[in-house]
Design a binder for this molecule. Structure first.
Ligand SMILES: Cc1ncc(C[n+]2csc(CCOP(=O)(O)OP(=O)(O)O)c2C)c(N)n1
Ligand SMILES: [Mg+2]
Length: 603
């Protein structure tokens, strides 16, 4: 059989190093599914290598997995869906990738060319649908001669721009004879594969200006994000020289290990008090590879002099009016800066930060030990933190879990961790963990997920774990579920931001037997409803030879408090309680406990 467009598509993707495509079938892509069959049967003699198809439960999960593949490997992620409904399902996962700047290619089918424009079944204007999420490149293939350059451009633009691109391929075209090399004539395009990241560093004058600002400050605060994930050594060296403290945006949690005494941890609503204080009191801000959005957690305009480093010229100078914006790779730029930075002789600022960080960790540990009904969620994260195996990969979902992940988990060097940082969507916890496992089958992977997110999609994706677990040499994949029967993060937002009582109609969740369900799937199920068992259950989960669902019954009235409570938030909370919040009594008790402890001497 001669090579089809579908066959050639897979071959070209494989030339780009794509080993795995997360997807879900449908008649819009049957011509590509046939190509997968031929490649795995070895019938397609022209190319020995083709990507593998990984079947998920829902196309959105395929897009999350492609995004997570990019996050945990630095490579291109690829997802695939059929025309119409399958393509629509991809969207939220693709936006997650776009907003977190991950290179992802989406390949979707379309109805046959002859029917397009005829209000045909499952016909959707896909180019328009993807025009926002894949605005850098979204193309419909019309003839076989296009496939080579469309694949080359979709991959190259996704990598070069760190974004989402999309290819739409009508189903009849997938079955047509491939044209691997377009004829050499007017109107054809002749492309080649491959992308190497350039070395990007700012010009000397700008480095000098930046160094002058940093050298003249006496209280330097650093904020690092995911753009600094590969620049840990350089960040340490700069922080040492400048006597700075370092706060970490959520996506940059793995930039520095949390055992360094001057790392103030996370920042923002899910942040820590030392990060808050450092930003309030600093006179100089050095921001590296982050687009952390909340201005109230950064210095007030004019209070500090600012230097920012970012690889993307579009992302500088938009969070704080910086004095110097350096466009460059974070590691290379910091390396170029280091010889220009003077070591600060006065270490008073650094000592103040270290002192606050030490007190904060004591407080966090103490908060986790406070009683709750039945289990304090912070305890679950603390007990995990102590036991995290080397090289663990963590994925957190949006919800209260993200708070405790941000504040209580102490990462060590060599670990990886991510979540939906910018879209902050519910649902990525389990699919991220699955993609982490495919990318690094020898590493332990832990997903930290709320019951709402489990009910949204996590439960279904456990089926994918059961289906593929035998592939992984080390089967340690733990899905920890905070079973609080509440959409807790939003319940607290209703109370603290809006001043409304909890609206049970929207917030209460039905119970579900997560652990028992896992057992039905052949996974290990552990359910814990007493604080004494939390640590032991982690030991058991981490020692299991199979994927585990670890369900913990936690108290929804333990407040995921921001690092400081503003007068407005305190007023709002009071108003929520006075307007008849169903759990007012227990909230007052828990909030009081959590807050009062903060001011006790010695903490
Ligand atoms: C797709 C989507 N829908 C809604 C939200 C708003 N939201 C953010 S967190 C959250 C509650 C999550 O509940 P759960 O997963 O049970 O975690 P918990 O906060 O209870 O620990 C909601 C509804 C969102 N971020 N994404
Ligand atoms: Mg919940």
């Amino acid at each position: 059989m001669s090579q089809t467009v579908g066959d050639y598509l897979l071959e070209r993707l494989s030339t780009w190093g794509v080993q795995r495509i997360y997807g879900y079938p449908g008649d819009g892509i049957n011509g590509i599914m046939g190509a997968f069959t031929r490649s795995s049967n070895g019938d397609r003699r022209e190319n020995g290598h083709a990507p593998e198809f990984i079947q998920v439960r829902h196309e959105e999960m395929a897009a999350f997995m492609a995004c997570a593949h990019a996050k945990f490997t630095g490579e291109l992620g690829v997802c695939m869906a059929t025309s119409g409904p399958g393509a629509v399902h991809l969207l939220n996962g693709l936006y997650d990738a776009k907003l977190d700047h991950q290179p992802v290619v989406a390949i979707v089918g379309q109805q046959a060319r002859a029917g397009l424009g005829g209000s045909y079944q499952q016909e959707i204007d896909l180019q328009n649908l993807f025009k926002d999420v894949a605005h850098e490149f979204v193309e419909v293939a019309m003839v076989p001669e296009q496939i080579r350059h469309l694949v080359d451009r979709a991959c190259r633009i996704a990598l070069a721009e760190r974004t989402v691109t999309a290819l739409i391929i009508p189903n009849d075209l997938q079955e047509a004879d491939a044209v691997a090399q377009p004829p050499h004539k007017h109107g054809t395009v002749h492309s080649g594969p491959g992308f190497e990241r350039p070395r990007v560093i700012p010009v000397e004058d700008e480095l000098e200006r930046a160094a002058a600002v940093l050298n003249s400050g006496s209280k330097v605060a650093m904020l690092v994000g995911q753009g600094a994930l590969h620049a840990s050594d350089e960040v340490v060296e700069v922080a040492e020289r400048l006597g700075a403290g370092v706060a970490k945006a959520l996506l940059g949690k793995a930039v520095l290990p949390d055992d360094l005494p001057y790392v103030t941890g996370s920042i923002g609503l899910l942040g820590t008090r030392p990060s808050w204080t450092m930003m309030q009191e600093c006179d100089t801000l050095l921001m590296v590879g982050s687009s952390f959005p909340y201005s109230e957690f950064l210095p007030e305009e004019g209070r500090a002099r600012g230097v920012q480093i970012d690889i993307d010229g579009r992302m500088v100078g938009i969070r704080y009016p910086m004095e110097v914006n350096l466009i460059g790779d974070s590691a290379d730029t910091l390396r170029a800066l280091i010889p220009r930075l003077e070591r600060k002789q006065d270490r008073g600022w650094r000592e103040q930060i270290e002192d606050e960080v030490a007190k904060w960790w004591n407080l966090i540990e103490h908060r986790a030990g406070l009683p709750a009904d039945p289990i304090n969620p912070q305890l679950v994260f603390q007990e995990l933190s102590k036991r995290l195996p080397d090289r663990a990969i963590l994925a957190a979902d949006s919800g209260s879990a993200a708070n405790w992940y941000a504040r209580d988990i102490r990462l060590r060097r060599g670990m990886m961790a991510s979540l939906s940082g910018t879209l902050a969507t519910m649902g990525p916890g389990v699919p991220y963990a699955i993609a982490a496992k495919f990318a690094h089958p020898d590493r332990p992977v832990i997903a930290l997920v709320g019951d709402g997110a489990m009910q949204m999609n996590g439960i279904n994706e456990l089926i994918t774990i059961a289906k593929y677990r035998d592939r992984w040499v080390d089967q340690r994949l733990i899905v920890m579920v905070l079973n609080n029967r509440d959409l807790n993060q939003v319940t607290w937002e209703q109370r603290a931001m809006e001043g409304d009582p909890k609206f049970e109609g929207s917030q209460d969740l039905p119970d579900f037997p997560y652990a028992r369900y896992a057992e039905m799937l052949g996974l290990v199920g552990i359910r814990v409803d007493s604080p004494d068992e939390v640590g032991r259950a982690w030991d058991q989960a981490l020692a299991a030879g199979r994927p585990v669902v670890y369900e913990v019954i936690t108290d929804p009235e333990v407040p995921p408090l921001p690092p400081h409570i503003t007068i407005e938030q305190a007023k709002a909370l009071t108003s929520a309680l006075l307007s008849g919040d169903p759990n007012a009594g227990r909230i007052v008790k828990q909030s009081f406990r959590q807050k009062v402890e903060e001011f006790l001497p010695g903490r």
